[in-house]
Design a protein around this ligand. Structure first.
Ligand code: BDR
Ligand code: CA
Length: 312
């Protein structure tokens, strides 16, 4: 039985690749809906981008929901310096025409969890955790019904990418992250520690190009665009392809490894706002609350991407 998932996202080129990977994998993943949140770019653009991506994949019957336009307690911070003005810079795709659902993303998350058997719905979070936290605040009972949350966010050994201490998704809405990590839901985290091993390279971009389809072409152009910023910043050969790690983890968990540890979120300090304090070495007696992933077989990850994306 395929995993029943909701993708909560702020597309973003790497979010786009993650969504395409999920849509390309109906044998093991059933996407019940896509909920957009403000993050990489403002909400109107993340909603639009989710529609562009589904239309590229010819999945125009997918339900797309618009969610929270700003973090729970803070002003929105965006990342156009990484993703470009549209969030999907790198290729110009047609204006989308598929509809946006009327229901708010937060209510869609709540209703889906309430109306399906307990322990059957997985939330895949690829952006700031505002929508997910709002759903938990509005209907706390869903915490014991949701199967799991798999999220891209945080870092321990890799520390931060938006500040010296914090990863972007957690930095943008640390209060939301705190609610999620304290919710008691089963959580798997794909932090920078693992996504910094999922590095794009010229050969890997060529492999996307050689899929020889509109999807392959878009993914090659997006990853090429997305690269320039991180290459400059880290001096590495290629940029990390963060968000697809979440979906790849669902499809092939055995190419990843990690530890079940305690993770706390810093919300008090301005200096370390959004830091994910992971007790990797188990030096406290704080209860473990998350599977924190650190290792990845990058070749198998990119082979999986090419193999799956070829099907769209
Ligand atoms: C995360 O931030 C965003 O820029 C990416 O889409 C990813 O979700 C990486 O820190
Ligand atoms: Ca994202």
């Amino acid at each position: 039985m395929p995993e029943q998932i909701i993708i909560d996202t702020d597309p973003g080129q790497d979010d786009a690749v993650a969504i395409l990977l999920a849509l390309a994998s109906p044998d093991c993943i059933n996407v019940l809906g896509i909920t957009a949140v403000a993050g990489n770019v403002p909400l109107d653009l993340t909603v639009k981008n989710a529609r562009i991506i589904c239309e590229l994949a010819k999945k125009t019957s997918m339900s797309i929901y618009s969610g929270c336009s700003k973090p729970l307690k803070r002003a929105l911070v965006t990342a156009e310096h990484v993703h470009g003005k549209t969030g999907l810079d790198g290729i110009t795709l047609p204006e989308p025409s598929m509809p946006i659902q009327e229901l708010h993303a937060v209510d869609f998350i709540i209703d889906t969890i309430k109306n399906n058997p307990s322990d059957s719905i997985t939330l895949c979070a690829l952006g700031p955790l505002t929508n997910v936290a709002m759903a938990l605040l509005k209907e706390p009972n869903i915490a014991k019904r949701v199967k799991q949350i798999i999220l891209m966010g945080g870092a321990y050994f890799e520390v931060g990418n938006i500040t010296p201490a914090a990863e972007f998704n957690i930095f943008v809405d640390p209060e939301a992250a705190k609610i999620v990590f304290n919710s008691g839901v089963k959580i798997t985290v794909l932090p920078l520690d693992v996504t910094h091993k999922a590095l794009i390279s010229e050969e890997r971009i060529t492999a996307f190009k050689e899929i020889n389809s509109p999807v392959g072409d878009a993914v090659a152009k997006w990853t090429n665009f997305f690269e320039r910023f991180d290459k400059e910043k880290y001096g590495s050969k290629g940029a990390p392809l963060h968000d697809p790690c979440v979906i790849a983890y669902l499809i092939e968990p055995n190419i990843f490894d990690g530890r079940y540890v305690n993770v706390e979120i810093e919300t008090g300090s301005e200096l370390t706002r959004g830091m994910t304090v992971a007790d990797w070495w188990k030096v406290t007696d704080r209860e473990p609350n998350a599977m924190f992933i650190g290792g990845l077989d990058a070749d198998r990850f990119f082979n999986l991407l090419v193999e799956r994306l070829s099907k769209l």
